[in-house]
Write a protein that binds this ligand. Structure first.
Ligand SMILES: *Cc1c(COP(=O)(O)O)cnc(C)c1O
Length: 460
């Protein structure tokens, strides 16, 4: 047993309290159903997803590899659609978008949020119905707005006074009527990482409710006949577990709806509460059931509107992470393993911050398992790191991996379906990994692995 092994001595005693790593799970081979895709399991010791053995995936497609459980992704689309029956669900494409995913979202009948002309182009390239596309962003360019209006997108979520003027001008020029929502900053302090909280006043998104900017935006939109104001929009942040923030945001938006009715005699038909529904990344994460969240949001909006004598608007939500995140697993091959005396084992994998930036960017937490075989060896406190030239290039800060882990083994990280491929980069000229979809025992590439030609493309 190595000096880091569980349960030898107690390493916890040497580590300051807040730095204490999580306790090792009872069995290192177990796949926690809260964190793993709905179809995952082990066969002959190796992890399988949708009946496909990860060893076959690594052999056929190489590593690192993003694996998406298609049925898991689609079933979460359906869960949201059922939970918000009578309202609208837009999948937030920035969590993970490619042409095939756009097809799945279309087939499942959801709308799609895009926030650049690149994301819009992906959607339009597979015939995604433009009327079910919403364009977001705090700094949409003139060209992006024009592309969206020409395509006939169903929603432009305006985020500033300048943008209202631009959309008004463009709609007149193109002779179209643009349907807009106003992105309202409700002042809600969402309990999540600072960089993914988006409704407090001191940040770049939206028009403030508190300052009166949101009410002024309503005036300006209503004054432009080529714009149709269809509703108010709020997105309070991401990876949120506690529905209290949504409730406060809904209440505040309903107050503005009332004010709009009193001032303008206009009843807005839609309330969009954005995305941000949290998922389980590690043991103990316990996000609320989406049916419960949906019922409580509907109830709140209905009550607030009843109190104000307003008809109840239709409710729109925009989950990204909660649909794509749990469906994805990343496979890596284990390379160098170094024991750092008295601390932990450093396990290097063949990717890192180029395929998963979240740990470096937000201090995100993950778990991982030895995936190519089961092991009864005791657990070693490990840090899974990438191959990039940064010591912050950490994939899993604290992982318990079997002591017999060796070069060539496969590691699998669950809950990597959202904000991993979409934040991927070519740091150190690493090609971006392929994305493979698995379903009913069959795997297929939905995004090809980059190669050196891709890396050199565009250079003189
Ligand atoms: C990012 C974003 C979402 C999706 O957030 P998730 O946390 O992935 O659910 C939805 N709406 C807007 C406006 C966003 O910016």
């Amino acid at each position: 047993m190595s000096r880091f092994a569980h349960p030898a001595g107690d390493r916890h005693a040497e580590v300051p309290h807040e730095e204490r790593p999580p306790r090792p799970p009872a069995d290192l081979n177990t796949l926690d159903p809260a964190v793993w895709p709905r179809t995952s399991g082990r066969t002959d010791g190796a992890v399988t997803i949708a009946g496909v053995d990860v060893r076959d995936l690594a052999r056929d497609y190489g590593t690192p590899l993003y694996v998406v459980d298609e049925d898991d992704f689609r079933s979460r689309c359906r869960d949201y659609k059922a939970a918000f029956d009578g309202g609208h669900v837009y999948y937030a494409g920035k969590a993970f978008l490619c042409r095939e995913v756009a097809r799945w979202v279309d087939q499942e009948g959801l709308g799609l949020d895009v926030c650049s002309s690149g994301e819009l182009a992906v959607a339009l390239s597979v015939g995604f119905p433009p009327e079910r596309i919403a364009l977001h962003g705090n700094n949409k360019s003139y060209a992006e707005l024009e592309a969206a209006l020409r395509a006939g997108v169903g929603r432009v979520v305006v985020d500033s006074f300048d943008e209202i003027a631009r959309v008004g001008y463009l709609a007149e020029k193109l002779d179209v009527r643009a349907q807009v929502q106003i992105r309202v900053t409700t002042g809600v302090e969402a309990h999540t990482h600072e960089f993914i909280a988006t409704a407090h006043d001191d940040q770049k998104f939206g028009l403030s409710l508190n300052s009166g900017a949101a009410a002024e935006a309503v005036r300006r939109v209503l004054a432009l006949p080529q714009l149709e104001l269809v509703g108010l929009h709020s997105h309070i942040g991401s990876q949120i577990f506690d529905t209290a923030g949504f409730e406060v945001a809904a209440r505040r938006l309903a107050m503005l709806l009332t004010q709009v009715k009193e001032e303008h005699g206009v009843v807005l038909p839609e309330l969009d509460l954005g995305g941000g529904y949290g998922i389980a990344y590690v043991r103990g994460d316990d996000p609320p059931d989406i049916k419960v969240v949906a019922d409580s949001l509907r109830e709140i909006v209905a009550r607030v509107c009843d109190d104000a004598g307003l008809p109840v608007p239709s409710l729109t939500v925009e989950p990204g992470r909660a649909i794509a995140g749990p469906a994805g697993v990343t496979l890596y091959e284990v390379g160098t393993i170094k024991d750092v005396e008295g601390l932990r084992s450093y396990v290097s994998v063949d990717g890192g911050m180029s395929d998963n930036l979240r740990t470096a960017l937000y201090g995100a937490e993950y778990t991982c398992v030895l995936a190519s075989r089961a092991s009864d060896a005791p657990g070693v406190l490990s840090r899974v790191v990438g191959k990039h030239c940064e010591s912050g290039d950490i994939v899993v800060r604290d992982a318990w991996l079997p002591e017999d882990l060796a070069l060539g083994d496969l590691l699998a990280l669950p809950a990597t379906g959202a904000y991993c491929r979409s934040l991927a980069n070519n740091y150190n000229y690493l090609p971006k990994p392929a994305v493979v979809a698995v379903r009913d025992g069959v795997s297929r590439v939905i995004v090809h692995r980059e190669n050196e030609d891709d890396l050199l493309r565009g250079q003189v």
